[in-house]
Design a protein around this ligand. Sequence first.
Ligand code: MF3
Ligand code: CO
Ligand code: CO
Length: 279
Amino acid sequence: MSKESAMPNFATMERIRGICARNRHVQAPSIKMLKTQKQLDGIRRAGEINAKVLDAVEPYVKEGVSTEELDRIVAERTKALGGICAPFHYEGFPKHVCTSINEVVCHGIPDPHRILKNGDIINVDCTTIYKGYYGDASRMYCIGEVKDDWRRLVEVTKQSVEKAVRLAQPWATFGDFGHAIDRMARENGFSVVREIGGHGCGVDFHEDPWVPHFGSPNAGQLIVPGMSFTIEPMINMGTHRVTEDAEDGWTIRTEDGQPSAQWEYHLIITETGNEIISR
Ligand code: MF3
Ligand code: CO
Ligand code: CO
C-alpha cells in the first residue's frame, strides 16, 4: 500500500481556496484525503472484492442460521478471494463481520446462540483489506414476514443513502447530502443516529473525514475529486439516542429498544461525479 498523497493541481487548489474563502461554513480537504490514481485503483479493487464477499454470504442470511455461521462464511470467502477481514482483531473486535439485528444499531458481534428468526431485520457489514487497501459496505435483510413499518424503515434507509450518493458530487458538501438523509428520515417519522457516522476509507479502515448523516446545505466538508469515503446512515424508528454495551464494549443499541436500519456504500469522488466502489 502506498501512503503518499495526491498533490492537487494548481486549478484544483485555487478552486478549493475560492470556495472556502466565500463560505466560512465549508471545510477544505486535507492533502491526505486526496488519493493518488494508484491508491484509487487499489481501493476500487478492494471494494469489488468486498462486494463479492457480501454477495457470497447473502444466500445464507435466512431464518435458522446463526450469526456465528455468517461470520464463518465471511471469513472463508474473504480468504478464498485473497483478502483479509478488516474487523478481525481491529481494536479488539473478536469476529470477522458485524451482524446487527433489530435494536442493534451497528457493531453487533456474531454469536453461535443468536439464530435468525422470522421477523428479524439484520445488517451485515463487511470490510475487506485487499493488497493493503480497504473496501467497506453493508446491506440489510428482512427475515421472513417482517412488520410493515420495520420493512419501511429498511427501505427508507436504503433510499436515503441512494439519494445521498446522487448529491455527493465534486464541489458539493457533506452538509448537502447529510441534510437530505436527515430530512428523509424525519419525513417518515424516523430519526438519524448522530454520534456515529461514515468515514474516509481506503488507505486505512477509518480515516478523516468523519461523515455526518445530518447537516446543512452548503456547509461542512467540501467534496473534491480523489476523496474516498463511506455513507452509512443508521436510521432509528424511535429516538436517535444510542447506548454502548458495557459488557462487550462494541454492541451499539437504540436507547428505547426500537429497531434501527443501516446501509453502507463506499464511494470514490471523480472529476465528473462519483463511483460506488462497494455496496
Ligand atoms: N464496518 C464498520 C464501519 O462501517 C466498522 C466496524 S469496526 C469493527 O465503519 F471493529 F466493529 F469491525
Ligand atoms: Co464504514
Ligand atoms: Co462498514
